[in-house]
Design a protein around this ligand. Structure first.
Ligand code: BLA
Length: 316
């Protein structure tokens, strides 16, 4: 087991600064989500063999344009895992983790998703086993994967409370055990978050371990298209893109998003974002740059403890 360690405050050389005590309350540059990634890799190796991804050659580490932030990228694949990748951003003002595991399309297991954005005051977290198929209308899929994990959702729903209204469209990509939370950056929250990360990742590995290859070609196609649709959504609308553009510029950000973070868009299918999400089509045929067409909603957790959806019917 591990928990985040808090080394000497990064501002300790700045002894006469009046701000020292304010800032030292919880110096975010002393936390590192690299430990989350290391835990996940070590844990994965207990179950399967990890191979370095060919993506690693081009996408590894880089500095932001102002040289103040370091971006670290890692990628692997394994027999049942098409892509296991992480993006870690560290600077004195932000700490970001985007960690995901995408199964091979022969499998219908969920996609592991850990997105954590931490600034000096507050953090935004999405931690989930994102369902490949609709868990609101498809009871079979929901029960197959989430029935045995509902206790995790219940446990963390109290410790990391629902973050309030969010882009309505995003909810369709979330499961009944999703952790969607916003909180002020404190040490105790980080201990909870690291324990949630470990629990959720171990649960995902268990699913990965137990899953059997889909043999029916039409079913494989359905899995493949579902993953492609997921990638299309995130490559176009992920809330992280803005900061990424700010840090490394438009061109590199686009490359990281399309070819690294959501790699597979070009290989898993040929449909476009607008084929999947036609409501975003502008009159001139371009994609509406708004994140949400339906607007924000779901002020409260729209899932009950039995995994039943209790929110309003999803628009669009
Ligand atoms: C905010 N990130 C958010 C929000 C969500 C997510 C739901 C709240 C705003 C909203 O409702 O859109 C995360 N949304 C997701 C995820 C899925 C989804 C994981 O649909 C998956 C299907 N976040 C990152 C990275 C950065 C980041 C890599 O993952 C930065 C590089 C930043 N996320 C970030 C910031 C905000 C945010 C700055 C708040 C500002 C904003 O809402 O734009």
């Amino acid at each position: 087991s591990f928990s985040l360690s808090f080394n000497s405050p990064p501002f300790s050389t700045n002894c006469n600064s009046k701000n020292r005590f304010k800032r030292a309350r919880f110096p975010i540059s002393s936390i590192s989500y690299q430990k989350f990634v290391q835990f996940a890799l070590d844990e994965t190796k207990l179950h399967t063999h990890l191979f370095p991804s060919p993506l690693q050659e081009k996408h590894n580490s880089m500095l932001s344009l102002d040289q103040k932030a370091k971006l670290e990228m890692l990628s692997f694949h394994a027999p049942k895992i098409r892509l296991l990748r992480s993006l870690n951003i560290e600077s004195e003002t932000v700490q970001v983790l985007d960690f995901a595991a995408f199964p091979e399309p022969e499998f219908d297991i969920p996609i592991f998703c850990a997105n954590i954005f931490t600034a000096a005051n507050s953090s935004i977290v999405v931690l989930d086993l994102n369902p490949l198929h609709d868990v609101i209308t498809q009871r079979y899929y929901r029960e197959k994967y989430y029935k045995s994990l509902l206790h995790l959702g219940t446990k963390y729903a109290e410790l990391l409370p629902w973050g309030g209204k969010l882009t309505s469209e995003s909810l369709k990509f979330f499961s009944p055990i999703v952790i969607w939370s916003k909180f002020s950056s404190t040490e105790s929250k980080y201990d909870i978050l690291s324990s949630a990360f470990m629990d959720y990742y171990k649960a995902w590995l268990e699913l990965m371990n137990n899953t059997v290859e889909e043999t029916i070609p039409s079913q494989r196609m359905i899995n493949r298209e579902a993953q492609h649709r997921y990638l299309s959504w995130r490559a176009e609308k992920d809330p992280g893109h803005h900061l990424l553009r700010k840090l490394i510029g438009e061109t590199l950000a686009k490359d990281v998003v399309q070819n690294f973070l959501f790699n597979g868009i070009d290989e898993l299918g040929s449909k476009s974002f607008l084929d999947y999400f036609p409501e975003y089509r502008c009159e001139d045929g371009t994609i509406n740059t708004k994140r949400s067409m339906a607007g924000k909603s779901y002020e409260h957790r729209p899932w009950d403890e039995r995994g039943e959806f209790i929110g309003d019917t999803i628009k669009s």
